[in-house]
Design a protein around this ligand. Structure first.
Ligand code: ZN
Ligand code: ZN
Length: 452
């Protein structure tokens, strides 16, 4: 100590620090830590080992960098706990709490501090996940898995991954996201069965039944679960033909029934569903699985509504009566009916359709189709008789006298838009390929760009 006070008070920082580094009395070092104005304060703190002195420095200093540095060096767990209790939620208290977590998680013997580690896992913002990893009691891990925030819960679930009964308990008692997390690693069939049959959360029952190999339990879920989504998942896992038949017949939800139908192989059962099921979607699914052409045509004839959900089915139709039934069905969209007309090859049925159908668009399509067939087959458009080569070359039927031209369309008197005048027009004629007869059909005209 010189004339001007102790060396640690020197304005020369290097000199002050050198002085501190020679000091050994910890209570003197505490004085330096609290009273020095330079970096010497931190040098002093670094030389104090006694936790009670470090905590005194922390409680007496309002300088954040000092109390943080002091608390970080405390090693006495019980003293630090008492400090936390006094400081509560102040910044200093939270800082002490983080130091306490670090001490407990990283330094302490976990066997001695299970209760503290559990508190950290459940409530602390500092290292809860690492604290959960150090828990050993099954009941503590289960509680943390159910109640803690994400990190700690995840760690607890991971630690319990080899304990199916514990995972099952977590699934039953947690909210949905947590429960599904616990389910992820569960493979035990008994526990999966328990969840699939009894968990209040439908998303968990669904996830469980998808992994369940016990046919009887899966069947029970498929038949009895209150959620259609769960029954659907179960139906997708069932292989037993009799069970699939029961679901296809009984389930109140059409999508569940369709899921069962999609797995049925029995052709006579599929035939029955396709021809008699009142639900068009179920009948459609059944028809899609019919491999026999005659059975398929029979289903289409008796239940034309099956094309409502899949027009592609029309491409499979071979039976004229079936196509006729589709074209005549007023419950179907005109689009489907016209597709059926375009596939028709039976000339007499087309004539019958034109006479009996009340839907204008469909009749028009039938007329067009009829003309195509007449041209292809050389038939009289009025009486339908096959014309002889001589009659054909004269474009007239010898039996009924009707004209039988082979018309093509032709554009004549075309006026195109010019730069000066944007008016355009086109006359459309039809011209017989054989005799050259011309008939005016329509005129298109307008101003602006001519749209082809
Ligand atoms: Zn004729
Ligand atoms: Zn002609």
């Amino acid at each position: 100590m010189g004339l001007f006070g102790p060396a640690w008070k020197s304005g020369n920082v290097d000199k002050a620090i050198r002085a501190v580094e020679k000091m050994t009395d910890e209570s003197e070092l505490l004085t330096v830590a609290l009273e020095a104005t330079t970096q010497a304060r931190f040098a002093a703190l670094k030389r104090i080992q006694d936790s009670s002195l470090l905590l005194r420095a922390a409680s007496q200093s309002s300088d954040r960098s000092i109390y943080e540095a002091a608390l970080a060096r405390v090693t006495d767990i019980e003293a630090l706990k008492a400090f936390c209790a006094v400081e509560g939620d102040s910044h200093k208290g939270l800082c002490a709490d983080s130091c306490l977590s670090k001490l407990l998680v990283e330094k302490a013997d976990p066997a001695l501090y299970q209760a503290d580690l559990k508190r950290i896992a459940l409530k602390s913002a500092f290292l809860p996940g690492k604290a959960a990893q150090k828990l050993t009691a099954r009941s503590d891990l289960i509680e943390v898995a159910i109640k803690a925030k994400y990190d700690a819960a995840r760690a607890a679930i991971d630690k319990l991954s080899g304990d199916p009964a514990a995972l099952c308990e977590i699934v039953f008692k947690s909210e949905k996201t947590r429960a599904l997390q616990a389910l992820e690693s569960l493979r035990d069939q008994d526990q999966l069965e328990k969840i699939a049959l009894g968990c209040p959360e439908s998303a968990c029952r669904k996830a469980a039944v998808e992994r369940l190999n016990k046919e009887a339990a899966v069947a029970r879920v498929a038949l009895e679960d209150s959620s259609a989504e769960v029954r659907l998942a179960a139906a997708g896992c069932i292989a037993s033909p009799s069970m699939l038949a029961r679901i296809a017949a009984e389930d109140p939800d059409r999508y569940v029934r369709c899921a069962a139908i999609d797995r049925i192989e029995d052709q006579s059962l599929l035939n029955k569903i396709a021809t008699t099921d009142g639900d068009a979607l179920a009948a459609c699914h059944a028809a899609q699985r019919l491999t026999d052409q005659a059975a398929f045509d029979n289903a289409l004839r008796r239940n034309p509504g099956i094309v409502k959900n899949s027009e592609a089915l029309l491409g499979r139709a071979k039976d004229p009566q079936a196509l006729y039934a589709v074209a005549m069905d007023d419950q179907l969209f005109p689009r489907s009916r016209i597709l059926a007309v375009k596939a028709m090859e039976d000339y007499e049925l087309l004539r019958k359709l034109i006479k009996e159908c009340r839907k204008h668009d469909v009749v028009e399509a039938a007329r067009e189709r009829k003309e195509v067939l007449e041209k292809q087959r050389g038939l009289c458009p009025k009486c339908g008789r096959a014309l002889s080569p001589d009659e054909l070359s004269h474009c007239r039927c010898g039996a009924c006298g009707a004209e039988a031209h082979d018309f093509r369309f032709s554009e004549e008197n075309v006026v195109s838009a010019t730069e000066r005048d944007s008016y355009w027009s086109r006359d459309i004629y039809r011209v017989c390929r054989r005799c050259g007869k011309r008939e005016f059909v329509t005129k298109y005209e307008g101003w602006g760009t001519d749209v082809d």
